[in-house]
Design a protein around this ligand. Structure first.
Ligand SMILES: Nc1ncnc2c1ncn2[C@@H]1O[C@H](COP(=O)(O)OP(=O)(O)OP(=O)(O)O)[C@@H](O)[C@H]1O
Length: 565
């Protein structure tokens, strides 16, 4: 028996629903849904093969429907074989299919899977608006025929995955749910993907359920008692419970994976061979086949960013889809405050493990909670939460002020580096004809003043895109506007220091040609900052808020991850 959720409008390949393993679906690459009304974690689906049904639980804000029944957040309902699930707001219909062993198809695959059907909205002709009638024998036959075609398509995908693996010299890896089951990893191996190293121990099995662990402070600690190891063999297993618990997880079908940040490697403080030998020795001592992901530098692989997790999902689990809600992640960088438990005086050095789990949607535990059964400790998340930014938020205050002036003016930006000044001015003012002055590109503030003066004399407006933290830096432009006889407005960008740091990291990851801003530069802005005031000579001060807007879903997914612990 196999169970699939099939996109009725052919938007994506059928999603496998393993028996008893919760699968969370929503906006994202799996469903190809980009609609913001659909949460990334819209519904949880739990298949029950014995009753040929799936329990649907809504997590998202907007309604998911099971046939005619509209759910609310937290509601659950049962989806039966052949029934339709509308992912959100009556859109994105999916049919539940339980398949017996595949039969040989009587129809071409292409008949069923292509050409792509146009997405239909709920109620539109061609989609059931009511529960389907009890199938009569001919309908049953028709359904069986489609079923076998779906099954064959899946088999074909499996064969493609297997032959791709073979072509790479790896083992053939059937998709999850096939009777033969994926084979274990044949031999110990290391792979390198830029700033990512991956060790796979002989015998590792792919699985939908992953038990992920941080390394230092979670699975091992130093023998010396120092915070940092004093030599390559300065390590020991953190708690005696660790190997026992890992073996139990393995017996329960979890794949054990370690995710570790080792910035020292790219900083030249730790030789990769030395760390590799240590990782292999730790795995050996734990006595369980596992994978070890090592982020050797900054960038997308470094926790809390999801590069390592995504690599596991996409390239290192033999095409077996991961069930995030049934997986878990354990780490000691959990944002716990000082004295979080008796005898634990120090606060956690960071929150990056908890944030990594939050970014991935993984259930999270500290080592003490997981291995020792302690009660959850208090913790603090960073002050800036990229998940909370509202794309419908209002852009500036006061809201009744004109954004663009019909008569010439000079606009002076004030804000942290990476607050979003250039993006805003280039998208809002430059298209309206404002000349644009930026010290980074022109080279000096004198050249900025000259460019503004020239534009104003031509009867054009101008905008100055510098941080301008204090009255002295702003005065040059106020005087320039006064000399030209035009008003000068201040656009104060309200993004906080924490958000500016996040934006800066995002910019480093997504664009080239901009020098990364250091914390020293950001802190220098903060210490120089003097709130702009009308008394400096501004005609108006507009407070400009950061309203997120992204080129595509991939960029948004990256921006909305916590990027530093
Ligand atoms: N509204 C927005 N939505 C999403 N991302 C944004 C938005 N505004 C800016 N960003 C991103 O934030 C980063 C910093 O933005 P930007 O370069 O505009 O800042 P800035 O204040 O001009 O920086 P600097 O002073 O260092 O030149 C960029 O990666 C940009 O793509």
């Amino acid at each position: 028996m196999q169970c699939f959720l099939e996109s009725r409008d052919g938007q994506h390949e059928p999603v496998t629903l393993p028996d008893g393993v919760p699968v969370v679906l929503g906006r994202g690459p799996l469903t190809r849904v980009t609609d913001k009304k659909c949460s990334r974690r819209q519904v949880e689906l739990l298949a029950d093969y014995r009753h040929r049904a799936v329990r649907v639980t809504q997590y998202g804000v907007n309604p998911t429907s099971v046939e005619e029944l509209q759910l609310h957040p937290g509601d659950s309902s049962t989806l039966q074989d052949g029934q339709t699930l509308w992912l959100v707001n009556g859109c994105y219909p999916h049919t539940l299919r339980f398949l017996p062993a595949p039969k040989s198809p009587r129809r071409s695959l292409l008949d069923f899977f292509s050409p792509k059907r146009r997405p239909l909205a709920k109620g539109e002709e061609g989609w059931p608006s009511k529960r389907p009638k009890a199938p009569s024998p001919p309908e049953e036959q028709e359904e069986e025929e489609e079923d076998s075609v779906v099954a064959m398509k899946l088999r074909q995908l499996q064969e493609m995955a297997a032959s791709a693996e073979q072509a790479k010299g790896g083992a053939s890896c059937p998709l999850q749910g096939e009777p033969s089951g994926p084979p274990p990893h044949p031999r110990d191996s290391w792979e390198e993907h830029g700033k990512l190293l991956v060790f796979t121990k002989e015998g590792v099995m792919p699985s939908a359920k992953v038990a992920g662990f941080d390394l230092d402070g979670t699975v091992i600690t130093t023998k010396s008692g120092k915070v940092f190891p004093t030599s390559p063999d300065d390590w020991r297993i953190l708690y005696p419970e660790v190997p026992r618990k890992l073996k139990q997880l393995q017996r329960e079908g979890y794949k054990i994976v370690i995710f570790t940040n080792q910035l020292g490697i790219s900083r030249g403080r730790l030789r990769p061979e030395v760390f590799k030998a240590k990782a292999e020795a730790v795995v050996e001592q734990l006595g369980v086949p596992m994978q070890v992901f090592v982020a050797t530098g900054t960038g997308i692989y470094r926790k809390p960013l999801l590069g390592m997790w995504e690599h596991l999902c996409e390239k290192a689990n033999s095409a077996v889809a991961l069930a995030v809600q049934s997986s878990l992640y354990i780490g000691d960088a959990a944002g716990r405050p000082p004295n979080w438990a008796p005898g634990h005086k120090k606060k956690d050095f960071s929150c990056s493990d908890r944030l990594f789990a939050l970014n991935a949607g993984l259930p999270f535990y500290t080592p003490e909670e997981f291995f020792l059964g302690w009660a959850p400790a208090p913790y603090q998340l960073p002050p800036f939460d990229p998940r909370e930014l509202d794309p419908q938020g209002h852009l500036y205050d006061p809201p009744d002020a004109p954004l663009v002036s019909p008569t010439p003016e000079l606009v002076v930006a004030v804000g942290f580096p990476a607050a979003g000044k250039s993006t805003f001015l280039k998208s809002q003012l430059v298209p309206a004809g404002y000349a644009y002055a930026n010290r980074d590109t022109l080279g000096s503030w004198q050249k900025c003043v000259a460019l503004c003066m020239a534009a104003l004399q031509e009867g054009k407006s101008a905008a100055v895109d510098n941080t301008n933290p204090d009255p002295e830096s702003r005065r040059r432009y106020i005087e320039c506007a006064r000399d030209a006889g035009v008003p000068c407005r201040c656009f104060l960008f309200t993004a906080t220091l924490e958000q500016a740091k996040h934006n800066n990291r995002f910019r480093d990851l997504t664009s080239t040609g901009h020098i990364s801003v250091t914390d020293i530069v950001l802190n220098s802005y903060r210490s120089k900052f003097v709130e702009p005031s009308l008394s400096e000579g501004f005609a108006q001060i507009l407070r400009v808020h950061f309203v997120p807007c992204f080129a595509d879903a991939h960029q948004e997914a990256l921006y909305r991850q916590f990027s530093e612990g």
